[in-house]
Design a protein around this ligand. Structure first.
Ligand SMILES: [Zn+2]
Length: 158
């Protein structure tokens, strides 16, 4: 109930699913990055001309220096697992809208020649078989669309 102009008004509630599909430009840097993933199965970062840090995913500007990045650097596909978790609690995957099968591994990987980390799924979901510092390698999907999910996951390298 709500009072308006001295009268009680009954307010009803209703629910309905809302769907807001939209497309947006990846921009010059995002387009280059995603085309390389899709067409060549290669991962590129952007290098800052001042501090020389290589960012992945690529950034147009270095945050600490405020300098525009100006060079593409191929990174990975190997790297080091810097932290991880294994998810046992099922929830809806925002990328697909479907319940993601559990358990699954998820981690931060610092790719070779990169100074920042990329977060992604891991092929391994047994916490006893994962450790910080272990070598990982990107595994690409057979069919790719120009999305970060073109990398299926990172798998441990023996
Ligand atoms: Zn910098």
């Amino acid at each position: 109930m709500m009072e308006q102009a001295g009268r009680q008004i009954e307010l009803l509630e209703m629910s309905a699913p809302a769907n807001f599909p939209y497309n947006y430009s990846c921009g010059k840097i995002g387009s280059f990055f995603f085309k390389k993933l899709r067409d060549e199965k290669k991962i590129y970062g952007r290098k800052c001309p001042r501090c020389k840090k290589v960012y992945i995913p690529p950034r147009p500007v270095c945050g600490p220096c405020f300098a525009p990045t100006d060079e593409w650097v191929e990174v990975g596909p190997g790297g080091v697992l810097e932290c991880f978790t294994v998810v046992f609690f099922g929830f809806l995957d925002p990328m697909t809208g479907k319940k993601r099968p559990v358990p699954y591994g998820y981690g931060l990987i610092r790719l070779d020649h990169a100074d920042s980390r990329i977060q992604h799924f891991l092929s391994e979901n047994d916490p006893k078989k994962l450790r910080v510092g272990m070598r990982m390698e990107a595994v690409f999907n057979q069919e790719r669309e120009g999305k970060l999910s073109d990398i299926k996951w990172f798998q441990p390298v023996e």
